[in-house]
Design a protein around this ligand. Structure first.
Ligand code: DAH
Length: 350
């Protein structure tokens, strides 16, 4: 009596038989092949496959068990059966490998399907800020003057009466000193009404030749309307050297205005400022009307003398412009209040 014992894999008891013949064992191997093929193909994971591998190919596995019965066969039948058994082993190994790859491929396909990143999908809107139109106009002004060789200076917004008025040749009784125009903090101290005091402060520290601009905030006791604001911005321009004349002023201002506004016609109109002589106001032709955009002139000899400079040797020109007006003309904005209201629908246009 010979009993082929099977282990590890639950069996349909195909191998339990008492007599051994080549046909029996071959049939058993055939049945084992069919069963192993089906079970490997049905295996859902690597653990299950490993158990099948041990159960089929292991030392105590089912193929070994069948081969164990081989010793009972006549010697001439054994090689044939041995061949058949080896083929089966190879086939099972290959089926196991295939199933491992098939499972891995399925797992990968699953991951690819669930973890896809669609780089072409539209993104959510990321709000990005940008420069305020007033500041971008100021940047442009600074850029142009930098290109002409001017440095940038600044001075305090809380200023003394001396720098804001007296040193600029603005006499005691000048209307600009009127309480209605100037925010006084105390009798000698005020919020600067223009950037011109930076001319004095700069020349006190810097001997000519000087080429500098001074952008900054200025304050006036004006009621708010479409063209007035109690706080606004100016850029002061100052050049002091030997032998500077009105032609230099005119050439510089014209080059600057052309760079900023393009081809708008420009005109110089005689005017008066206490700190310049002669003085002019500059207009650009905008929407069919002459619009004043800056004041300028040759630095008054009295101002130079007050700084200890010899007006016979040194001369200079100066100019002052309102940044808001430049910005408004540049962008076609008709109400200055737009620039200070934080209306994003307005600001996003620039
Ligand atoms: N400071 C003057 C103002 O605020 C503007 C100005 C005029 C500045 C003529 C200058 C100048 O430097 O030369 O109205």
């Amino acid at each position: 009596m010979l009993t082929v014992v099977t282990r590890n894999i639950p069996t349909q008891a195909t191998l339990v038989s008492s007599t051994v013949s080549l046909e029996d064992i071959t049939a058993q191997l055939d049945a084992l092949e069919t069963e192993a093929t089906a079970r490997i193909a049905a295996a859902a994971g690597s653990r299950e496959l490993e158990q099948l591998r041990i159960g089929l190919l292991g030392k105590k596995g089912r193929i070994s068990a069948v081969l164990g019965a081989m010793g009972r066969l006549p010697g001439d039948q054994r090689p044939l059966l041995g061949q058949r058994a080896n083929l089966l082993k190879q086939q099972v190994q290959s089926l196991l490998r295939q199933q491992v790859s098939a499972l891995e491929a399925a797992a990968m396909a699953e991951r690819l399907a669930t973890e896809t990143l669609d780089v072409t999908a539209p993104s959510t809107f990321l709000p990005a800020g940008h420069r305020h139109p007033l500041l971008s106009s100021l940047d442009r002004i600074v850029d142009i003057f930098s290109g002409l060789g001017y440095g940038v200076a600044d001075g305090p917004e809380i200023e003394s009466d001396h720098y804001n008025f007296s040193a600029l040749n603005i006499p005691e009784n000048h209307p600009a000193r009127d309480m209605q125009d100037t925010f006084y903090l105390d009798p000698g101290t005020l919020l600067r009404t223009h950037t011109s005091p930076v001319q004095i402060r700069y020349l006190e520290k810097t001997p000519p030749p000087v080429r500098v601009i001074a952008p900054g905030r200025v304050y006036r006791r004006d009621a708010v309307d479409a063209t007035h604001s109690p706080v606004f911005h100016q850029v002061e321009v100052l050049a002091v050297d030997e032998a500077l004349n009105f032609g230099h002023l005119r050439g510089t201002v014209t080059a600057f205005l052309r760079a900023f506004f393009g081809d708008l016609p420009v005109r110089f109109r005689a005017s008066y400022f206490p700190f310049t002589e002669p003085s002019a106001e500059v207009d650009v032709l905008w929407r069919g009307r002459w619009l004043e955009v800056m004041g300028c002139g040759m630095v008054d000899p009295a101002v130079l003398a007050g700084l200890g400079l010899d007006p016979e040797r040194h001369s200079g020109f100066a100019a002052g412009l309102g940044v808001e007006r430049f910005c408004m003309v540049r962008h076609g904005i008709d109400d200055i209040r737009r620039l200070y209201g934080s209306d994003l629908r307005f600001l996003r246009q620039f």
